[in-house]
Design a protein. Sequence first.
Length: 450
Amino acid sequence: MASIIDNIGLPYSGINLSYSNSAPIGTSDADILVTLSSKHHPTAQYVEQLRLSLAKKFPGVIFAFLPSDMVSQILNFGLPAPIDIQVVGNDLDGNRAWADQVLRQVRYVPGTVDLRIQQPFDDPYLHLRIERTKAQELGFSAHDIAQNLLVSLSGSFQTAPTFWLDPRNGVSYSIATQTPQYRTASIQDLENTPVTGTDPNSPPSLMASLVSMQRGSGMAVVSHYNVAPVIDIFGSVDGRDLGGVSRDINKIIASASKQLPRGSRVVVRGQVQTMRSSYTGLLLGLLFAILLDYLLIVVNFQSWLDPFIMISALPAALAGIAWFLFITHTTISVPVLMGTIMCMGVATANSILVVTFAREQMSEGKDPIAAAVEAGFTRFRPVLMTALAMIIGMVPMALGLGDGGEQNAPLGRAVIGGLLFATASTLFFVPTFFSVLHGWRQKAALPEQE
């Protein structure tokens, strides 16, 4: 470890609260930021160990590990967890009961961790009911009583900020006046809060003579999404892919939707939502990349057959990516799909070298088989050097070396696995495929010439 920073309770500034993605709701929350040294092991191992040991040493305390890297924070769109099951509706009590029921079922989904409901409903409250008749007799209004209590407990810097200009340096300072916390340590101290009104003829009074106090409980925080009240069920994934966990959660939500209060609805947000849209866009981008590669080569070579032979190595590249991800226990992710698109370009470029040389040999009078064999031997070294340069350059990234290196490791692994299979396909399958297709083409052209 390099350092530890603890933030207990709400941030002091509203600006810090706005930019914080840990969603603190009060004094019961604490953020612990641990900075690791440069030569540390993968972060996921530490998180797994802490998740088990902290729950045993501190029973009754809820621990959640928030996304610490920038990539996860961006994919979560500011949410403190990759899974966010939002119950949207005005029936907060009914939605809370339904959320508790769903949370109990989601806990049994393999791979889910750090499950919790963001909005607790058991925060202790003190309800102060104003005795309006007595207050009116003494010359106080409800606004006077509430304003005195507000200034005493938290000051007026949020509702009516006051500034003092220092004449010596010309700097304005925010001024807040409130009762010291050690003088409001009990309910009796709260009842002894002096109250003054706007009417100068009204004598000062105590809070105990104007209000009746009652204990209770309620929501610690009220959250809204597009003005509608929401209840958030946050959760993370460990030891399993996010897509599989998402499918199991969707089944639970679909079966429990019948008990959802009338007028309420459920929306799954977070990285799950981002994953679906990103996968759709990247998979379409992969298909369009292959199609555009093919059409571009068609325009350059003025042929439909040769470009088809050139892209025949791409299925082997996709198989190599799947194989390498399987043996390295790497799940499909956005970096994997980005590496797949990169691999398609390199694999196509190597196939162009082989097919182009084979066409040149055929133009010199050689038959398709001899041209394909000559192309395989002659282009063996250039293709191998190009692929090895890319593979060796991706090895440090695939190993996940350095701070945060595990974020981009899937990209390197996808490129390495794809190029291993694509290179073998380019040197052996593509020449064979070339000789077969052009052999059929020549045989089909012979009867027409006769």
